[in-house]
Write a protein that binds this ligand. Structure first.
Ligand SMILES: [Zn+2]
Length: 474
């Protein structure tokens, strides 16, 4: 059998691995490449297989860089099944539709100038409607349930603790056990369980986003949050991603208020997508950390704080334009590139009593990054806006395991893998993890490139020296 690395190899987006057995073809993750124009062009490239010939897609989680290519595959003829945990399916319903809307908007924007220069108009990668249609091919697979995919393939999903519903994929195929870590969670996130331990894998595909970094003391996150809230003189605008980050923030804020460590100031949740995602958390309480489940079942939901105001309609959102005094406005998008947060910034950036608090990664060339880097003036809706607000950031909210967490997870295996592929990381991070795995556990590792194909043979029969060299198969 062959394993193709179609994305997230020496880079962090576009996760997709094709596993080809003698009789079947499965895609593990179908993610969008994101970031630069060059990487986004990958999303429209011809695939090395016809979607109709796939026997199934297995999704590790709902983030678009792992699931966002699904509607394209369906539009090109794939007819399922798509295996995913129940929370992943519910989150995909929200995130894929949103991704479809963004694709349509991007194409519309691009076509404005194309029309001006007499160029062929672009067709969106897929539409919101196509994204919605792809949902019918999803099949629910709860954690720890082992199912057969045809005669020779068994599939089990295990909790990866990265975002709600995230999974480690374990496949037993033709005598080999192949484990895909997916994105592995950070042990110190407030809502989720730690990544499930895996006893044994013949072949391991492990992520390495933070393979060269440590997150530091988790208490720092809470201490910084207390400082920011206590010292605020006006609104604290928190640009946040709709899934996970927003719910973690609410959890921390609810705890701090209950413990009397911060004042009970109004909290406005102003992102329709974050509101929908919060509903998915409430629906899947059994997938959260045990201590969180206990509190939820005891009627203690952080999403029902008396000072929490849910702003569904745009009209309600606009009432925040003139808000004064300390309060918290949580609004998407996380990098300030779209969504309602841009309106809040327009109204509040010029005021010195405002705080903008970043809790997530800000990619280069985004408005969030410019603010974080100390811009004194930014452009919003064609208007130049002076920045007099206080800009703060907390880096410790991370949904990924750090170098130590990754090593601990691999280290708990009873039997070490015979071959470990280090993926989903910038080259430096993948190399650092690969080196640690070799030094610490004596593992044989490879850092594949996009397009590489490896032969996977049952361990008893294979001699590792004879593993096919990079990209020379198929
Ligand atoms: Zn992810």
């Amino acid at each position: 059998m062959h394993l193709h690395f179609l994305g997230a190899a020496q880079t962090v987006t576009g996760s997709a691995y094709l596993l080809e057995t003698a009789k079947q073809r499965f895609l593990i993750d179908a993610g969008l490449s994101q970031g630069s124009h060059r990487s986004e062009r990958r999303n429209t490239r011809p695939l090395p297989f016809h979607p109709r010939h796939l026997d199934g897609i297995i999704l590790t989680h709902a983030h678009a860089d792992h699931s966002g290519l699904v509607p394209r595959l369906v539009a090109e003829g794939f007819r399922g099944p798509i295996y995913a945990t129940p929370p992943t399916i519910d989150l995909c319903r929200i995130l894929l539709a949103d991704s479809g809307t963004i694709q349509e908007e991007d194409a519309r924007y691009e076509n404005k100038w194309r029309r001006r220069y007499g160029k062929e108009p672009l067709v969106p990668l897929y539409t919101k409607q196509q994204a919605e249609q792809s949902m019918r091919y999803f099949e629910r697979l709860p954690y720890s349930k082992r199912i057969s995919l045809g005669r020779n393939v068994k599939l089990t999903l295990h909790d990866a603790g990265h975002i709600l519903g995230s999974a480690i994929v374990e496949l037993e195929v033709e005598g080999s056990r192949i484990v895909f870590s997916g994105d592995l969670g950070n042990k110190n996130t407030p809502l989720l369980r730690s990544p499930a331990p895996i006893g044994h894998a013949d072949y391991l595909i492990v992520e390495s986003t933070y393979g060269d970094r440590l997150h530091g003391d988790p208490d720092v996150r809470v201490r910084q949050l207390i400082d920011v809230v206590r010292s605020a003189k006006g609104p604290i605008i928190i640009p946040a991603f709709a899934v996970e980050r927003t719910q973690e923030l609410l959890w921390d804020l609810a705890d701090l208020i209950r413990e009397g460590r911060i004042p009970e100031i109004p909290i406005y949740l102003d992102s329709p997508m974050a509101i929908s995602a919060t509903g998915v958390f409430e629906k899947h309480i059994s997938c959260l950390a045990p201590e969180v489940q206990v509190r939820f079942r005891g009627g203690e939901s952080p999403f029902e704080m008396s000072n929490l105001h849910i702003m569904r309609e745009a009209d309600e959102s606009r009432t925040l334009n003139g808000v004064q005094g300390p309060c918290i406005i949580i609004s998407a998008s996380g990098m300030c590139e779209g969504g309602r947060v841009k309106h809040h910034l327009l109204h509040h950036l010029p005021k010195p009593e405002t705080t903008v608090l970043f809790v997530g990664y800000q990619a280069e060339r985004t408005l969030g990054r410019r603010l974080r880097d100390g811009a004194r003036e930014v452009t919003l809706f064609g208007e130049s806006v002076p920045v007099r607000a206080r800009i703060q950031s907390i880096d410790a909210y991370s949904a990924h395991a750090d170098a130590q967490g990754l090593l601990e997870w691999v280290g708990q295996m009873i039997e070490p893998p015979a071959m470990t592929f280090v993926t989903h990381g910038e080259p430096r991070a993948s190399e650092a993890l690969s080196e640690s795995l070799m030094k610490r556990f004596g593992l044989l590792t490879e850092i594949p490139r996009v397009g590489d194909v490896y032969e996977i043979t049952p361990i008893a029969e294979s001699a590792f020296g004879r593993l096919a060299p990079k990209g020379q198969l198929a």
